[in-house]
Every structure is written in structure tokens, then in C-alpha cells.
Design a protein around this ligand. Structure first.
Ligand code: HEM
Length: 528
């Protein structure tokens, strides 16, 4: 017997009204049929999500829906269903069913998510990757708004001031990996190099010029995100449909994992005495106030009741690290591989660098912390275009999950309903790369899938400018407030490397096509 799951109440009535109830046997069959149909309908509604005619990608596995198919070939999956269903549709992914099934939003509709304060990125991401919980930080003690304030008020306005120290420490980070470099050195992958440079420079700005010399601390800055992330990503996906179990697992990582304990110990060992000595020195008349985010946090943030100041500030710094170090290192690595994979590009960028420095009356071979100033880096427009183009083309598919944290349903302009607690995924592939989005093409012949390094030169679209077709930093009032610092670091890492070293790929460079990593692969030789 074939069971057809009805999609509306009318269909149920149609099915039941034809049952002839003249005999006892027929009555029993009739009742059973009606019960089966009603139960099926209830399940159908439950698994389908809200009644709004939004199409749902068909799936067989009721627990993990389309997750396996999506993970196997995300590009094919996203292309197929976006073509079939258009800009807004539902997919049963990562165990999210019923009213919480992910709604995929593409094209201009993404604005309706980014501009609506009911949608929260942190609430969405924390369902699968709750960094605070995994680092044993109580969420309410370090709200996202605190980290935003730290960046918006104390970091971004002072980027010019912080630049020389960041450049000096990028160089030290580089030296940590390549050493004095007498001959050629082979780097199996570029990520550890970029990550060390970014970690050292970020540490000099976040916790100051004294603590950034603590190599163990810089290593913790470098590794904490990847270490905690590996507990989640190296996992069996069976746990995904069970949110309570996921939460328990992330909480247990925070409380009991060796990585969390180690990184917290290293950070507290460094930060506790530093805060103590700063608080004592501040009482002295000849005190010279340290200028870094640590000092801003000490002076401006309230310590929650029952918490000591050092633990609270360490927690704030850890959250800042989660937001900044891996993201910047990963994207810096992506840009570098793109440059190395494009014949003639490295030489063109070197030429631009020499021209910008010479036009500013600076010695093109001068001390890096003196010549690579905030304005000089800003003037490297070709390099900036390469950054935007490389980041636009990173392998992104359904990204930037947002949850409706409001009490009411949100109705998109096409009638799609996102209920309270409902999740949205942004179709970054479509918005950033698809040629089907005609509106985003300058002319019909433009190919958005192509890597065109100088695409954005003189277009008014620097790599920090968010737009519907460039969502790497999000959009709207929660768009990444650290993007100016991130781009400054990425551009300086590249400027230092292409001026002072010779880099050459020693294997093919592979750009990933899976959801597991955005990092390209390939070995590179480096020499002076
Ligand atoms: C290339 C590197 C980076 C990328 C790709 C990146 C990306 C993002 C994205 C996608 C968001 C969410 C935006 C949204 O909700 O719409 C975000 C938020 C945030 N980012 Fe970044 N980020 C980067 C670097 C940084 C850096 C260096 C910092 C700090 C120094 C930082 C601090 C933050 C903070 C505090 C938020 C939360 C903003 C809020 O909730 O209002 N990010 N970032």
C-alpha cells in the first residue's frame, strides 16, 4: 500500500469522505485510514515548517535531512536548488527540523535579514559552535555588544596609532617561523606563517607591547580557536539534530577539555600579573598609561558580581581573539595563495608598492615599521582589489546563520515566514559568485566566477565596504567592526612578504570546494 502524505486539510477531507462506513470492518478500516492520514499530515506539517508556500528541498533522512548531500558536494547542491526554487527556500540541514528548519535567503532578500534586529548572528552560530561555552565563559558576562564596543571605540579609531607596532610585530611573527633564513626554506602551507604574524601583531594591540613578547601567550592567541573548533568539526554528525546534547557537549569541552584548561591557564598566568602591576602603577604620579585594548578594558568595563577583574578581562580578550585571529589569518592566507597562483600578479603588486612609497617620498627599502604606515597601506589600491576579489571568491555556500530571536514571526516581503527561534542561512555563493544574478553584473558578458584581481580598482568598492554581493564581513549594523584592522593586517602581511622575500609555489595550489575548510593548499618556498 502506498501512503501519500497530504499537503493540506482539503486533501485529508477528500481522502476520508470517500470511505464507506456501512459495515463494522469498513468502519475500522475507515478509522485507521483517517488516523494514519491525520498523523501523517501532522508529521508533514511539523517537518515542513511554517505554512507559507516556501518550497522545501526534498529529503529522505528525517533526522539529518539534506546535510550529507550538501556536505558531499556543496557547490552542486546549492546551484541545483537555487536554480530550481529561486532566492528563498528551505533546506533540512544540520538537524534543524520543524519550525527551525533553515530558510535559505539569497539576492536582495538578504537585506531583510541583515537589517532586521530580530535576527541574531551569534544566536545562530552558537547552536553549532558556541565558542564562549567551549572556553568556559558565561555568555551574559561577555555579551557580543561589549566586544563590539571594544573594537568600535578603542581599536578602529586608533588604527593609525597602532600601525607601527603592528608592523613591527608582524615582522617578529614572520621571523618566528622562517628564522634568519640563509637559503631557501620550504613551507608546506602558508597558514601557520600568516597565523603567527597576525597573532603576534594582534597581541601587541590587544594586550600591549610587553605581553606580546610572551611567546607562549602568542601561541595561545594563535591556537585557541582551532583547538576548540577541532572538538566540534572532527565529530560525528549524528549529534547535530539533538541541540540539548550539542549544548552539553560544548559545555563539557569548556569545563573539562585539556585545550580549554591549557589556554586559560596560559592567558591567566600572563594577564593576572600584568593587570596587578598596571593597577598598582596607576597610583604612582609618574605613571605612563599603557595604550592598548587591555588598558581600555580595565578602565571601561564593569566586572560582573562574583568575578575577579583578571578573569573577566581574560574572558573579554578570549572573545576578541575568537572574532579576529583565525578570520584574519584564514583570509590573509587565501589572498596570498591567489596572488601566488596568478602569473605576474606578485610583480604587479610589488611595482605598485614601490610607486606608492616613492610618490610619498619614502625609501622603498626603508624600515618596514616606518614606511608601511596606515596611509601608505591604504594607497595600495591594486592590493586592496586583490583582497576583495580573493575574499569574494572564497568557497562559501550557505553561511552566516541568523536566528530570529524576537517573540514574533518575521514575514519576508515574498511572504516567507521565519518563526521565533527559526534559522536563516545566507546563500553567500549566489550573492558573491553566481552568474545567474544578472542584477549584479555590470554587463551581460561579466563573469562573476572568474578571479579578476584588479576588478575593483577605482570602482569605489574597497575591500572593507560591505555590499549585497560581498558578504564576507556580514552587512547591516552588526557588520564586522574589526574589518579595517583585519584588512590593514592582511595588506601589511603581503606587503612585507613581497618586498623582503621571494615566494614561489613548489606544488600545485588547490582551492577547496568543500565546506570543511576555506583554506587553499600548496607548498611554497621562501628566500630573502
Ligand atoms: C578577515 C577577517 C574577518 C572576517 C572575515 C570577519 C567576519 C565577521 C562577520 C561575518 C561577522 C558577523 C557580521 C554580522 O553579524 O552580520 C563579524 C562580526 C564581528 N567581528 Fe569580524 N571578521 C574579521 C575580523 C575581525 C577582527 C580583526 C575583529 C576585531 C579586532 C573582529 C571583530 C568582530 C566583532 C566584535 C563582531 C561582532 C559584531 C556585532 O555583533 O555587532 N572581526 N565578523
Amino acid at each position: 500500500m502506498q501512503l501519500t502524505i497530504p499537503s493540506s486539510l482539503d486533501q485529508i477531507i477528500e481522502t476520508v469522505k470517500d470511505i464507506n462506513l456501512s459495515s463494522r470492518q469498513q468502519q475500522t478500516i475507515g478509522l485507521l485510514t483517517a488516523a494514519t492520514v491525520i498523523t501523517s499530515y501532522t508529521f508533514y506539517r511539523l517537518f515542513k515548517g511554517p505554512r507559507d508556500n516556501c518550497p522545501t528541498v526534498p529529503y529522505r533522512n528525517p533526522f539529518n535531512g539534506s546535510s550529507a548531500e550538501y556536505r558531499k558536494d556543496p557547490s552542486a547542491f546549492v546551484k541545483k536548488w537555487t536554480e530550481e526554487y529561486g532566492p528563498v527556500y528551505r533546506v533540512h540541514l544540520f538537524g534543524r527540523v520543524c519550525i527551525c528548519m533553515h530558510t535559505i535567503v539569497s539576492g536582495r532578500y538578504v537585506r531583510e535579514i541583515f537589517m532586521n534586529s530580530n535576527f541574531d548572528f551569534n544566536a545562530g552560530i552558537e547552536k553549532r559552535f558556541n565558542m564562549k561555552s567551549m572556553a568556559d565563559i558565561r555568555a551574559h558576562e561577555v555579551p557580543a555588544s561589549d566586544t563590539r564596543v571594544a573594537v568600535v571605540q578603542y581599536l578602529t579609531p586608533h588604527l593609525k596609532y597602532f600601525t607601527p607596532r603592528a608592523v613591527e610585530n608582524l615582522n617578529i611573527g614572520l621571523h618566528d617561523i622562517v628564522g634568519d633564513l640563509q637559503g631557501k626554506k620550504e613551507l608546506p602551507h602558508l597558514y601557520p606563517l600568516v597565523q603567527r604574524m597576525v597573532s603576534r601583531a594582534s597581541a601587541s594591540v590587544f594586550v600591549g607591547t610587553n605581553l606580546c613578547q610572551n611567546s607562549e601567550l602568542v601561541t595561545s592567541f594563535q591556537e585557541i580557536t582551532g583547538d576548540l573548533g577541532s572538538y566540534i568539526y572532527a565529530e560525528n554528525y549524528w549529534i547535530e539534530p539533538f541541540q540539548a546534547l550539542m549544548n552539553l557537549k560544548m559545555w563539557a569541552i569548556g569545563k573539562f577539555s585539556a585545550s580549554t584548561r591549557k589556554h586559560r591557564r596560559v592567558m591567566l598566568n600572563a594577564i593576572v600579573p600584568e593587570i596587578k602591576s598596571r593597577l598598582e602603577n596607576a597610583k604612582k604620579p609618574d605613571w605612563e598609561r599603557p595604550n592598548d585594548i587591555l588598558q581600555d578594558l580595565i578602565e571601561n568595563f564593569k566586572v560582573p558580581p562574583g568575578r575577579d577583574i583578571a578573569t573577566h578581562i581574560t574572558n573579554q580578550i578570549i572573545v576578541l581573539i575568537f572574532a579576529s585571529i583565525h578570520t584574519t589569518s584564514e583570509n590573509g592566507t587565501i589572498v596570498l595563495y591567489r596572488i601566488l597562483n596568478t602569473p605576474g600578479l606578485l610583480e604587479e603588486l610589488y611595482k605598485e608598492q614601490q610607486e606608492v612609497l616613492t610618490n610619498a617620498g619614502l625609501d622603498p627599502n626603508g624600515k618596514s615599521s616606518e614606511v608601511f604606515t596606515f596611509d601608505i597601506i591604504k594607497n595600495m589600491v591594486k592590493l586592496d582589489s586583490v583582497c576583495r576579489e580573493s575574499m569574494r571568491l572564497r568557497n562559501e555556500f550557505y553561511e552566516l546563520t541568523h536566528t530570529n530571536v524576537g517573540k514574533n514571526k518575521v514575514v519576508l516581503s515574498n511572504g516567507t515566514i521565519i518563526p521565533p527561534g527559526g534559522d536563516v542561512l545566507i546563500n553567500a555563493w549566489y550573492n558573491q559568485q553566481s552568474n545567474d544574478w544578472e542584477e549584479m553584473k555590470k554587463d551581460k558578458s561579466e563573469d562573476r566566477t572568474e578571479f579578476k584581481p584588479l576588478r575593483y580598482v577605482n570602482t569605489g568598492y574597497p575591500s572593507t565596504k560591505v555590499s549585497d554581493d560581498y558578504l564576507v564581513f556580514g552587512e547591516g549594523k552588526h557588520a564586522c567592526p574589526g574589518r579595517w584592522f583585519a584588512i590593514q593586517e592582511i595588506k601589511t602581511v603581503i606587503s612585507l612578504l613581497i618586498r623582503d622575500y621571494k615566494l614561489q609555489p613548489t606544488s600545485d595550489i588547490i582551492f577547496p570546494t568543500t565546506v570543511q575548510t576555506a583554506l587553499p593548499f600548496g607548498s611554497v618556498s621562501i628566500e630573502k
